[in-house]
Design a protein around this ligand. Structure first.
Ligand code: NCD
Length: 306
């Protein structure tokens, strides 16, 4: 039997698979903790993170433990694993698959999950690959949109912030193209604009949030991925216009009454804390949903349902 990896969001463009995973996540969300099954008992999940993470790593680890698995984990693998001695990703994967039945990987290279899957005999789960893909985040984002709005069809979805480097934006935008009537709105300074590859005719692009906000159904905020910016002129340029992409309680007064505010988190100032108590702000709920979606995903790749 071939190994079931999770490499790219395109895999969730299969409606039957997507619906089955989302349905299973909803079952987990409704289940009391003590009723969780243990399909992963005696299995080990390895979390191999070469880039920082709070939500993704901890939700995967909690998800694995909720289903009975053990965890082996390395964070900052670039600094604290043998990568610091020059070991290749491929060799690390070949080693880890001797210890774990699934490897959840985050790495700075866009093709990292792909490369890992070429050598791995166990499932690789892409938990963020460079600027390119963050498929499990896109699925939990979709789960959250479904829960709050009944589905993405016909919604006007505004992506705000760093649309150039944001892998959560790239994966979610790709997934949303599958649904009819979704209008994509990009709101970013020019130096952080949506790459051409993700644009489609009919999209709208703005360079300030105040103008765009009254028409949006989903306000998907993102932080600037400062660690991926190597050009100082880009840094100076985005910093000069940063105020135009900050969401605060004042701006929320211009948003639709039934809009929702999402953010993959972490935020670093682009949503002020006075927005947090607004019932339209659902970013912490979104992070919580990640747990149930990742339980469904681990159950699937480790040989279970879906
Ligand atoms: C994001 C990521 O790592 O891509 N966070 C996450 O996984 N929830 C967003 C970010 O780092 O800005």
């Amino acid at each position: 039997m071939s190994v079931q990896h999770i490499i790219e969001v395109g895999q969730f463009c299969d409606p039957a698979l997507r619906e089955s995973l989302l349905g299973r996540a909803a079952e987990f969300a409704a289940m009391p903790l003590q009723d969780y099954p243990s399909p992963l008992a005696s299995n080990t999940v390895a979390t191999l993170f070469y880039e920082p993470s709070t939500r993704t790593r901890l939700s995967f680890e909690t998800a694995a433990q909720n289903l009975g698995a053990h965890i082996v984990s390395t964070e900052n693998a670039g600094d604290y694993s043998s990568a610091s001695k020059g070991e290749t990703l491929e060799d690390t994967i070949r080693t880890l698959e001797g210890y774990a039945q699934t490897i959840v990987l985050r790495h700075k290279d866009d093709d990292s999950a792909q490369r890992a899957s070429k050598v791995a005999a166990v499932p690789i789960v892409n938990a963020g690959a460079g600027k390119g893909e963050h498929p499990t985040q896109a699925l939990l984002d979709l789960y959250t949109i479904n829960e709050a709005k009944g589905g993405p069809e016909g919604l006007r979805v505004g992506f705000v912030g760093d649309l150039k480097h944001g892998r959560t934006v790239h994966s979610l935008v790709t997934l949303l193209r599958e649904f009819s009537g979704v209008e994509v709105v990009g709101i970013a300074p020019e130096c952080l604009a949506m790459p051409e590859a993700y644009k489609r005719p009919g999209d709208k692009y703005y360079d300030d949030l105040a103008t765009a906000i009254p028409t949006l159904d989903v306000i998907y905020m993102t932080r600037v991925q400062d660690e991926r910016i190597t050009d100082e002129t880009v840094r100076t340029e985005y910093q000069a216009s940063a105020d135009r992409f900050v969401l605060d309680a004042g701006l929320m007064r211009r948003a639709k009454e039934d809009a929702i505010v999402m953010h993959p988190l972490p935020r670093v100032g682009e949503i002020t804390p006075d927005v947090d108590d607004d019932p339209r702000a659902i970013y912490f709920k979104q992070a919580h949903n990640g747990l149930f979606v990742r339980m469904a995903l681990l159950e699937w790749v480790m040989g279970g349902a879906a």
